[in-house]
Design a protein around this ligand. Structure first.
Ligand SMILES: Cc1cc2nc3c(=O)[nH]c(=O)nc-3n(C[C@H](O)[C@H](O)[C@H](O)COP(=O)(O)O)c2cc1C
Length: 442
C-alpha cells in the first residue's frame, strides 16, 4: 500500500507493465523486428518497443499463428503496386512472440487520428503489454500525414488520440497507453505539453532528448529532463529518458542522476544489443557471438531475408572480411556458410526452403563451401553462376508460400477474453509496412 508521502501513480492495468526501473529497447523501424527484440530481451532488456507501425497498415490485417514456431503474425495481401494481377502471397505486417515477449512488448503506433488509432490498436491490444504513440518522428513521411513530430505542434490532436486510446483500448483491454515525444525548443513549451499529456491517463512518457530539427549525430541535451521528470512524478506517470544512452550500466546511472524512472536505448542496441548486459555480466559481447545469436533468432522467426541482411550489415563491423561476404549472401544457407556458423546450417537450409530462398543460393551445391574469391567470381560472372547449377535447380514450392500450409487464422481477440494464444513466426513475404518500404528512420 502506498504511504501518504509516496507520489501518486496512474494505476498500471492488469495486462500492462510499469516502465519504472526499466532499461528498454527503443522503437526502431527496420531494426526493431522480432529477432532484434528477442536478442535484446536475451541480453537483458527489460521491455522492448516494436517498430512504429502506421495505423492504416495494421487495420484490416488478419491475425494468424505460424504453426512451425507459434509466433503471431498480422498479415495482409499486398496491393501489388497498382498492377492488375493480384498478389497471392500475404505480407507479414507485424510479428509477435507471445511467449518470450509476453508482458514485455510495447506496440508503437504512427497515427494522426483518434479513430484510426483506436481501430488499429484494437487489432493488437490483446497480444501486447502497451500501446505507445509516436510523437517524435521528424521524417516528412510521418509529419506530412500529421503524425510523429507534427503532433508536437498539434497538442489538441495528440491529447485527443491519447484520451481515445486510454478510454477505448487501455481500459477495456487492461493495457497501458504511453507516448514518445521529443523536446520542444523552449523548456516552457515542453513543460506545457508534458503537463497536458500527463493528464490524459497515460501510464508512461518517453522523451527523446533532442528537438525535432536535431540530427541523430548531435548530442542529446538533458537539461530539460529534471523538469519533465518532476511533472511526470507529480502526475504519477513513469518518465523514460532516451538519447545517447549506450549501455545498461550507463542507463541506470543516468536514471539516478536525472531522477527519471527508466531509460531507452536505440542506436547502441542496434549495433550491439548485448549493451543490455551489465559489466558484472561481462558487458558487450564480441560481434561474432552476437551475430550468431541474431542469425539463430532470425531462423527461429523465419525473418524476412532482406531485413536479416540489413541488420547483418549493421552488426558486423565494416572492416571485417565477413562484412563483405555477408553482403553477397543471397540466403540463410549462404550466410551461415560464409560466417562459418556450421551448427546453424541444417536449420538454415530448411528455412531457405520454407521461404523459397533456396533457389537464390550463390553457392553451387548444398555441401560445397566455396571460398569468397569463387563466391565473388560467381557474383560477377553469369556463366560461372550458371555453371554452378543452382540457377537451374527446379523451383520448389514451399507449402507456406503457396498458401497450402497449415496456417490457422484467428479472429481478433475480444478485450474481455484476452486469450494470449500460442506463438508463431514469419514467412517469406515482404513486409508491407509503408515506413519500412520508405526507409523511414525516426
Ligand atoms: C533505425 C532507427 C529507426 C527508428 N525508428 C523509430 C520508430 O519507429 N519510432 C520512434 O519513436 N523512434 C524511432 N527511432 C528513434 C529512436 O527510437 C530514438 O529515439 C533515437 O534513435 C535516439 O536514441 P539513441 O540516441 O539511443 O539512438 C529510430 C531510430 C533509428 C536509429
Amino acid at each position: 500500500m502506498a504511504s501518504l508521502s509516496s507520489p501518486p501513480r496512474v494505476p498500471i492495468p492488469a495486462n500492462g507493465v510499469d516502465y519504472r526501473g526499466k532499461v528498454v529497447l527503443a522503437p526502431m523501424v527496420r531494426s526493431g523486428e522480432l529477432p532484434s527484440r528477442l536478442l535484446a530481451l536475451k541480453y537483458g532488456a527489460d521491455l522492448v518497443w516494436g517498430p512504429e507501425t502506421v495505423d492504416r497498415s495494421l487495420i484490416g490485417t488478419t491475425r494468424r499463428i505460424n504453426p512451425r514456431n507459434s509466433t503471431i503474425e498480422f498479415t495482409r495481401l499486398p496491393s501489388n503496386g497498382g498492377r492488375s494481377e493480384k498478389a497471392t502471397q500475404e505480407s507479414v505486417i507485424y510479428r509477435i512472440d507471445p511467449v518470450r515477449e509476453k508482458g514485455k512488448l510495447i506496440f508503437q503506433i504512427g497515427t494522426a487520428s483518434p479513430e484510426l488509432a483506436v481501430q488499429a490498436a484494437k487489432v493488437v491490444a490483446a497480444d501486447v503489454a502497451g500501446i505507445d504513440v509516436n510523437s517524435g518522428c521528424p521524417k516528412p513521411f510521418s509529419t506530412s500525414g500529421g503524425m510523429g513530430a507534427a503532433l508536437l505542434r498539434d497538442p489538441d490532436r495528440l491529447v485527443s488520440i491519447l484520451e481515445a486510446l486510454v478510454r477505448e483500448v487501455g481500459n477495456p483491454y487492461q493495457i497501458g497507453i504511453s507516448v514518445k515525444i521529443r523536446l520542444l525548443e523552449k523548456p516552457e513549451e515542453t513543460e506545457k505539453l508534458v503537463t497536458r499529456l500527463c493528464a490524459t491517463g497515460i501510464t508512461g512518457l518517453t522523451v527523446h532528448c533532442r528537438t525535432t530539427p536535431m540530427r541523430p549525430r548531435e548530442r542529446a541535451i538533458r537539461d530539460q529532463l529534471p523538469m519533465i521528470a518532476s511533472i511526470c512524478r507529480k502526475a504519477g506517470v513513469a518518465c523514460v529518458m532516451n538519447g545517447d544512452v549506450t549501455s545498461r550500466d550507463e542507463a541506470l546511472a543516468l536514471m539516478k542522476e536525472y531522477g527519471v524512472d527508466g531509460a531507452m536505448i536505440a542506436t547502441a542496441a542496434e549495433s550491439n544489443p548485448s549493451c543490455f548486459r551489465t559489466a558484472a555480466e561481462g558487458g558487450l559481447l564480441p560481434w561474432r557471438e552476437v551475430v550468431h545469436d541474431y542469425m539463430e533468432a532470425c531462423l527461429q522467426c523465419e525473418n524476412r531475408w532482406g531485413n536479416t541482411k540489413y541488420l547483418l550489415n549493421i552488426l558486423i563491423p565494416g572492416k571485417n572480411k565477413e562484412f563483405k561476404d555477408a553482403k553477397s549472401a543471397k540466403n540463410y544457407s549462404d550466410a551461415c556458410r560464409l560466417l562459418k556458423f556450421d551448427d546453424l546450417l541444417p536449420t538454415a537450409k530448411e528455412v531457405d526452403k520454407i521461404m523459397n530462398l533456396d533457389k537464390k543460393a550463390t553457392i553451387s551445391s548444398d555441401d560445397d563451401v566455396r571460398t569468397s574469391a569463387v563466391q565473388n567470381a560467381m557474383e560477377n560472372n553469369e556463366s560461372a553462376r550458371a555453371a554452378g547449377g543452382e540457377m537451374s535447380r527446379p523451383k520448389q514450392n514451399s507449402p507456406v508460400a503457396s498458401g497450402s500450409g497449415p496456417i490457422r487464422t484467428n479472429s481478433i481477440p475480444s478485450p474481455a477474453s484476452n486469450p494470449k494464444p500460442e506463438t508463431g513466426v514469419d514467412l517469406s513475404a515482404p513486409t508491407l509496412n509503408p515506413q519500412q518500404d520508405a526507409g523511414i528512420a525516426v
